[in-house]
Design a protein around this ligand. Structure first.
Ligand SMILES: [Zn+2]
Length: 327
């Protein structure tokens, strides 16, 4: 996460981010956004032995389970493995003389801590040394209550956990947009709180499984598109639309700045009739507001078409480029 860059982005985008940032304590902010390390033994969870799940304090993604927690004697919460193979992203950290492996939330990029090779051998040998300030603990009994799975469990809203566990049950929704070069569009959507995943690909064209080269050739009809998976309890489709309008000039036909070609046309691919209605209403409202000096908005609003995931090197392009681990 690059805070300064976000601050200069559109007000709409920044507004959503500010909300997320405001809810972090100064210590949570320093750890997750500025890679600070909290004091050992003087943190919330180093000695927590209750069963439950540890979630990312920034985005709520499930990161660790009490089942993998062990007493390392270091004074920081220590785990032998993350909750799932994809929950935690590892990168090389060269800020100290000795190279270390940094652990990040793979959903939002929050700094969590570091990984070392001195964990219990019989459990794989890894030690995920994590800052309590990057975690939000949801006890097992609270998870069960929120899930409401068993027969006569009544959810008591006064004692149910404030966030986290309830959100884990929310099915994700999908939205697809094309605005300009998909690298930037993906990055903009990933910045929004509540966006769980964003994938770059090709949509709206005539052939199956097009390559980047074919799409850039301009003959397949595909647009560079981004498929957004989002949690509707944390970000609304209207919020996504607002970010979409703010991140490009929807009066430009087949170009954005220096990028020219039909693959850069502006499209909202709707997946439901509610999305279609919302998209048309927001386009109309934007036109009425006269923001573009009378120039018509050329954004197409069309039904979602097959989406072909782009080649791996296009995924999270800016994040990879900005990350020294990929130099
Ligand atoms: Zn996160």
């Amino acid at each position: 996460m690059v805070r300064d860059e976000q601050k200069t982005e559109s007000k709409l985008t920044a507004g959503v981010l500010d909300d997320a940032e405001r809810s972090l304590t100064p210590e949570q902010y320093a750890v997750t956004q500025e890679k600070a390390t909290e004091q050992p033994f003087e943190n919330k969870y180093w000695d927590n032995k209750t069963s439950g799940k540890y979630r990312c304090v920034v985005c709520g993604a499930p990161l660790f389970s009490s089942e993998e927690k062990f007493d390392s004697g270091t004074g920081w919460p220590s785990f032998t493995a993350p909750a799932s193979g994809s929950a935690v992203l590892l990168t090389e950290d060269r800020t100290l003389v000795a190279e270390r492996t940094e652990a990040l939330c793979s959903r939002c990029g929050a700094h969590l801590g570091h990984v070392f090779d001195d964990g219990p051998r019989e459990r794989g040998g890894k030690r995920y040394c994590i800052n309590s300030a990057s975690l939000d603990f949801v006890p097992q009994n609270a998870q069960e209550r929120a899930a409401g799975g068993s027969v006569s469990v009544v959810i008591d809203t006064r004692t149910a956990p404030a966030t986290g566990a309830v959100q884990a049950q929310t099915p994700l929704e999908i939205a697809t947009f094309a605005a300009w070069c998909f690298w930037g569009v993906e990055e903009e959507f990933r910045k929004l709180e509540g966006v769980v995943n964003a994938t770059v690909g090709y949509s709206g064209g005539q052939i199956e499984n097009p390559s980047y080269k074919q799409v850039c050739g301009g003959t397949t009809g595909h647009a560079e598109a981004v498929r957004v998976e989002y949690d509707p309890h944390r970000v609304s489709y209207d919020d996504l639309l607002a970010a979409f309008w703010a991140m490009h000039d929807p009066t430009e036909r087949n170009r954005q700045g220096p990028d020219i070609g039909s693959q850069y046309r502006s499209i909202i691919f709707y997946h439901t009739s509610e999305q279609e209605r919302a998209a048309r209403a927001s386009k109309e409202a934007l036109g009425r507001a006269g923001k573009y000096g009378g120039k018509p908005i050329v954004t197409e609003i069309i039904p979602a078409a097959p989406f072909y995931r782009a080649e791996e090197y296009h995924q999270q392009y800016f994040e990879k480029r900005d990350n020294s681990a990929f130099d």
